[in-house]
Structure formats: structure tokens, C-alpha cells
Ligand binder design. Structure first.
Ligand code: SAM
Length: 274
């Protein structure tokens, strides 16, 4: 195992490829985590050269996740969270926020990257209401049918399906809209969808440049238009304030300057299936 990994006592899967960057590990670099390799840091630094605000953006993405999970657990009565593309465990994960409100809240973390399970297992071993599954949402039916997910989530009861910062890693020809549709059709009414995505900035070329660099170096990283993002929520009812720059979704504190790239490059929203 490469010496630049923190290890953390986790049993690393043999399929871990330290020569290829992964989205989970590049994002970990953005959040100042330690579970990344030289190749991930290289991609992260190239991305930061194009858009220096990316670290701030990653924090905004974590903060909206906290606000949404807290709102759904505390005010919408949601007790189950299917966190797709959950990423490496970091500060204040979904289960911590949800279980702070309701200790019985159940959380399933799903990620394509086996490093997430390796670290998740170590951290979540003690938490009976939380589990981690390695699966690929590009086959959403397989995710829904996964025995561990079936065992953990009651598909007869409303849940929150979280697609936070993952759909930009699904290319257009991998049918992100179809993935969301399949998930939407599988959950009961009263379920919520929480989606955030890289969003094209009309007036700044850095978003176009970043997409090019990420597609070249990471193989994913689609920056979508507001209309493309809105289409993900088709057939559902968006909660106020709609699809907005992340810091502007029900903020805990006033957003000082809403015009910056750091604020606007990722947008997201929450919708309910009626
Ligand atoms: N959801 C977390 C957040 O918003 O803070 C982490 C987001 S991270 C930017 C995106 C995650 O999606 C990565 O951990 C990556 O491995 C995962 N991912 C990408 N493609 C995936 C797929 N096809 N199936 C499951 N997970 C995927």
C-alpha cells in the first residue's frame, strides 16, 4: 500500500487503484481530507488552478447537505436516507446529522468507490442504523434490489434519496435523467429527492474550462445548465426556494455576496414526490 495513505486501520480492497484518480478521493482533497493519493492531488490541483473557489464550493456542498438532512429529519419526519455517491466519510456525515435529530434514523451510504466502504466500515462498525454499500447508480435497479439496501430501507415508507454532488459524475450517455426516474418510480409518495450539481456559469468561462479539464483527467465532471438540472426534478414538486446556488438554500446565516463563482458554481434543490 502506498505510504501517502493515512490508512486509518481500514482493510483496503485489493481493487483499489492508486494510479487512477477517483472522484471520491479528489473531493477528499478539496475537503482537506487525508484519504487520497498523489494522482488525486494532481487532478485536484489542476482543477483548483482553473477554479480556485473549488474548496469553498465543496464546503458549501457539505453545508447544504447538513441543512437538508436536518430539515428532513426534524421537520419533514423523514427517517430513512439513501445517500447515493456518499463519498468518503468526512466531518459531519449524513448519519450524524440525521441521528442527532432522531437516533433511530437509518442511513445507507452507497458509493461506487470501494475505498468508501473500506473507511466506512471502520467508522460505522458501531452504528447499527447505518450501513455502507458499494454499488454503481448507473444501474439504479441493481441498487434498489441490493439485498443490504432492501434489508435496511423500508420501501413502503417515505425516504430521502440523496444525489448530492454525484450526478455530474454521470455522463449524458449514461442517462442521468433515466437514473433519477427509476429511483423516483421506486420510492413511495412523500419521499424527497435532494440533488446538487455543477452548474454552468453564463458569464464566466471557468466552468467550461473546468468541465474540459475534469473530463480529460478524471473522465467525469459534467457541468450542466440550469434547465438540465431542473429536468432531474421532473414529476416532483420542488420545495422553496427551488433550485438555487447552494448557500442560498434555506441558509442558516445571510449570504454576503451571492454573485461570486464560489457561491454560484453549484446549484441544487429538494423536491417531494407527491
Ligand atoms: N455526496 C457527497 C457530498 O456531496 O459531499 C460526496 C460527493 S463526491 C463529489 C461524489 C461521489 O460520487 C464520489 O464519492 C464518487 O465515488 C461517487 N460516484 C461517482 N459515480 C458513481 C456511481 N456511478 N455510482 C455510485 N457512486 C458514484
Amino acid at each position: 500500500f502506498t505510504p501517502d495513505s493515512s490508512g486509518g486501520g481500514a482493510a483496503f480492497p485489493p481493487e483499489l487503484n492508486t494510479g487512477q484518480p477517483t472522484a471520491a478521493r479528489v473531493y477528499d482533497v478539496m475537503l482537506n481530507g487525508k484519504d487520497n493519493f498523489a494522482i488525486d492531488r494532481q487532478v485536484a490541483h489542476a482543477s483548483l488552478a482553473v477554479m480556485p473557489e473549488l474548496k469553498e464550493i465543496a464546503i458549501h456542498n457539505r453545508e447544504i447537505l447538513h441543512r437538508v438532512v436536518r430539515f428532513l429529519a426534524a421537520e419533514a419526519g423523514i427517517t430513512q436516507f439513501l445517500d447515493l455517491g456518499s463519498g468518503l466519510p468526512t466531518a459531519r456525515n449524513t448519519h450524524e446529522v440525521a441521528q442527532e435529530v432522531n437516533p433511530d434514523a437509518r442511513v445507507v451510504y452507497v458509493d461506487i468507490d470501494p475505498i468508501v466502504l473500506a473507511h466506512g466500515r471502520a467508522i460505522l462498525a458501531e452504528n447499527g442504523n447505518t450501513t455502507v454499500v458499494t454499488a454503481d447508480i448507473r444501474d439504479p435497479q441493481a441498487v434498489l434490489d441490493h439485498p443490504e439496501i432492501q434489508e435496511f430501507i423500508d420501501f413502503g415508507k417515505p425516504m430521502c434519496v440523496m444525489l448530492c454532488g454525484i450526478l455530474h459524475h454521470i455522463l449524458d450517455d449514461e442517462d442521468p435523467n433515466g437514473i433519477v426516474r427509476t429511483l423516483r418510480d421506486a420510492v413511495p409518495s412523500g419521499s424527497y429527492f435532494f440533488i446538487t450539481n455543477f452548474t454552468r456559469l453564463g458569464d464566466a468561462s471557468s466552468s467550461v474550462e473546468l468541465e474540459k479539464q475534469l473530463l480529460e483527467q478524471l473522465g467525469t465532471g459534467r457541468v450542466r445548465t440550469p434547465a438540465e438540472l431542473a429536468a432531474f426534478f421532473d414529476g416532483m414538486e420542488l420545495l422553496l426556494p427551488g433550485i438555487v446556488p447552494l448557500p442560498m438554500w434555506r441558509p442558516d446565516r445571510p449570504v454576503v455576496d451571492s454573485t461570486t463563482v464560489g457561491v454560484r458554481f453549484m446549484t441544487g434543490g429538494v423536491a417531494v414526490k407527491r
